[in-house]
Design a protein around this ligand. Structure first.
Ligand SMILES: Cc1cc2nc3c(=O)[nH]c(=O)nc-3n(C[C@H](O)[C@H](O)[C@H](O)COP(=O)(O)O)c2cc1C
Length: 433
């Protein structure tokens, strides 16, 4: 059965082909397409021996071998800087104690080599979930928060800075620090979660202190050509959360004071995910956060040394090209899980819209689950299932209902899960559509 795709306005795709030069690192992305971060949960997990956790597996490396074609920038999924406070089992881990040699280091090197074989820049995403670290399918619960001590803050800064140094030595071109979606750095930024009364809480200057110090420490440890970027919420969608005008001020500081190469604008938290279209006007523009980007970008001035990407909701070449009127590049996540060759196909003019998942897999929760399963398939050398196929969706829904039933009987307050396997009835990866 032929796949069903989003329709696109008939526009020239040349703006997407343009290389993008980063003013601070002086590196160049070969085009404007960015494969956005998706937690793969494919690294090693050991229930008991902590130091065995977080090494990239051969399957994870295989996944990135398939992403090597066509993307200007490839952003990986999670690196966590702690063995215990993970977002999910199978997250990649680099702690401040991880040495730049040995098995872990070699597997990160292999991942970087696989991903950048065709000229993409490979950037590792780094985040720390903190209280948002309890992923249980369909039932997000959170641990009780506590204020970070001075020692904690120092370890957070060292953790990210060491990860950046480590990644550079392993062959990565840059780091993408997670300051979005309610992860730890975002918790410092948001007045909803930051109730501190010291130098890290209260005014926006204080709430942004952690991110500024992290970026400064990274910059002091890596070479000038290492790309330093941040994934930032343009809005939390919460009355008492981080607001677009605060994001605008922060982006200005990140350009003028710390020389950030690019900011990737996103939005929402695990309390209000925001990764689906709610208004008709947003559905038309596809990009979830473009109106916020329009408010934020002008602070960077005409020269715009810090480049801006927008991620979320983009599905057609027409909408991607239009977004480039506002920002410098576009990020794609779920479509990249469905079609790892997507960037090459867009650049070469083979497709002008991504595969359109059937409801209810076009929503945030089920869409993310399906994307996780698809990455797992690709990692095992299997073509991702086609979410526009009604038979696939029927089978997936049956599976989801089984999982929901199983979840109802769980009582543990911390449950880490892998994305489930579904590799039956699939053809080998690489067979033409
Ligand atoms: C399976 C999955 C895992 C994700 N994991 C991360 C993550 O680890 N870090 C992150 O910043 N965003 C993560 N995201 C969010 C995406 O990077 C992106 O912001 C979001 O999916 C919206 O883009 P899209 O509409 O193109 O999918 C994840 C998304 C999916 C589908």
């Amino acid at each position: 059965m032929p796949v069903s795709r989003y329709k696109s306005e008939d526009v020239g795709r040349e703006p997407l082909h343009q290389p993008l030069a980063f003013a601070f690192s002086k590196r160049i992305a070969q085009n404007r397409l960015l494969k956005a971060a998706m937690e793969e949960r494919l690294a090693i997990w050991d229930d008991e021996i902590l130091v065995n956790r977080g090494l990239p597996t051969k399957e994870l490396i295989e996944l990135y071998r398939w992403y090597k074609n066509g993307w200007g920038i490839i952003v990986t999924g999670n690196i966590i800087t702690d063995y215990c406070h993970v977002a999910g089992s199978g997250d990649q881990i680099i702690t401040p104690e991880s040495p730049c040699f040995g098995e872990r280091f070699e597997s990160f090197k292999a991942l970087a080599t696989a991903a950048k074989a065709q000229g993409s820049l490979i950037i590792h995403w780094a985040g720390q979930p903190s209280w948002s670290s309890t992923p249980q399918f369909g039932n997000w619960t959170f641990g009780a928060p506590r204020a970070a001590t001075e020692q904690d803050i120092s370890r957070i800064i060292t953790g990210f800075a060491h990860a950046a140094q480590y990644l550079e030595k392993a062959g990565f071109d840059g780091i993408n620090l997670h300051a979005a979606h309610g992860y730890l750095v975002a918790q410092f930024l948001s007045p909803r979660t930051n109730k501190r009364t010291d130098a890290y809480g209260g005014t926006l200057t204080n709430r942004m202190r952690l991110i500024v110090e992290v970026v400064q420490e990274i910059r002091s440890r890596v070479s000038p050509s290492f790309i330093v970027s941040v994934k930032l919420n343009s809005t939390d969608f919460q009355e008492d959360g981080f607001k677009p005008h605060e994001a605008r001020e922060l982006v200005g500081v990140l350009q003028d004071d710390v020389g950030l190469d690019f900011v990737e604008l996103s939005g929402g938290t695990y309390e209000h995910v925001g990764l689906e279209w709610t208004k008709e006007s947003t559905r038309q523009r596809e990009a979830f956060f473009l109106e916020f980007a329009e408010m934020i970008v002008p602070v960077l001035g005409a020269e715009r040394k810090t480049k801006v990407f927008i991620t979320g909701g983009l599905r057609s070449v027409g909408a991607m090209v239009k977004a480039l009127d506002v920002v410098d590049g576009v990020g794609l996540a779920r479509p990249a899980a469905q079609e790892p060759r997507l960037a090459a196909n867009i650049i070469e003019g083979k497709v002008d819209g991504v595969i359109r998942p059937l409801a209810p897999f076009d929503t945030a929760g089920l869409g993310m689950l399906a994307a996780g399963m698809q990455m797992r398939q690709t990692a095992h050398g299997v073509e991702p299932f086609d979410m526009s196929d009604s038979e696939v969706v029927k089978t997936l829904l049956e599976m989801v209902n089984e999982m929901r039933k199983a979840d109802e009987n769980k009582v543990e307050d911390v449950e880490v899960v892998e994305f489930p396997d579904w590799i039956r009835n699939s053809k080998s990866y690489g067979v033409a559509e």
